[in-house]
Design a protein around this ligand. Structure first.
Ligand code: 5RP
Length: 236
């Protein structure tokens, strides 16, 4: 039987797929909620919807192709109409943590190329402040990563190297590493403090990108276990 969380993910994925306008160029996110989006989109494509997707990971690219969704790349398309993706945490101001699937760098590039960013998430992802349930993922170069980690710790973060189930470092699609940094509430209590934190993180040598997603314009789709979908605007 489908779990409540899975039901919620399915509901938001399908709702976003149903709202995609014909002819859209769409950024396709990564993760288990996006899986439902892709299935919903593929059903509409079979009924005649025309869309062109740009994937944020190898996994999504393979899945989109398997489902018959036409894809392209940002080298061929300058601007996207929208990007749709999951999130690990969303705070009341619409600030987000992403990167649970280690795809945050491509996800951010694709989301920034889009006129609108639609986030799809089960209600458990709604938090009072970022860092409450998930650490912040930061993609770093393998070269000298311990130095990069020390720089992040100097900012007051508590970073750890992400390991897979076999104890090996997780590699991103770019073959980089991920540091998961626990955040204290004093670093995240205002939008301005989050913006400052992101600038400081990105200024450290060796950091490729952070999973902090701030100041996006678009929508947030959330659902609880009953599958009722709530749509809110992201102010940007
Ligand atoms: C991948 C992501 C995902 O969107 C995020 O982790 C949510 O995943 P899921 O939909 O599986 O809960 O940021 O890098």
């Amino acid at each position: 039987m489908e779990s409540g969380v899975e039901n919620a993910k399915r509901a938001v994925g399908r709702a976003a797929a149903a709202d995609v306008p014909d002819g859209s160029r769409i950024g396709l996110g990564t993760g288990s909620t996006v899986e439902h989006l892709l299935i919903g989109l593929s059903e509409r494509v079979r009924e005649g919807l025309k869309v062109l997707g740009v994937s944020t990971s190898e996994t999504t690219e393979n899945r989109a192709r398997e489902l018959g969704i036409e894809t392209s790349t940002l080298d061929r398309i300058d601007r996207l109409d929208l990007a749709i993706d999951g999130a690990d945490e969303i705070d009341p101001r619409g600030a987000m943590i992403k990167g649970g699937g280690a795809a945050m760098t491509r996800e951010k590039i694709v989301a920034r190329a889009a006129a609108e960013f639609w986030v799809i998430a089960d209600q458990k992802k709604l938090v009072d402040h970022l860092g409450q349930t998930h650490p912040l993922p930061i993609e770093v170069l393998p070269f000298g990563w311990r130095q990069t980690l020390a720089g992040l710790a100097d900012l007051g973060l508590r970073p750890d190297l992400r390991l897979d189930d076999h104890g090996n470092p997780v590699r991103t699609d770019q073959e980089n590493l991920v540091l998961d940094a626990a955040l204290d509430a004093d670093l995240t209590n205002t939008l301005e403090s989050l913006r400052t934190l992101d600038r400081q993180i990105l200024a450290i040598a060796g950091v490729v990108e952070s999973g902090l997603f701030l100041d996006f314009r678009g929508r947030v789709y959330t659902a609880g276990h009953d599958g009722d979908v709530d749509r809110r605007n992201l102010a940007g």
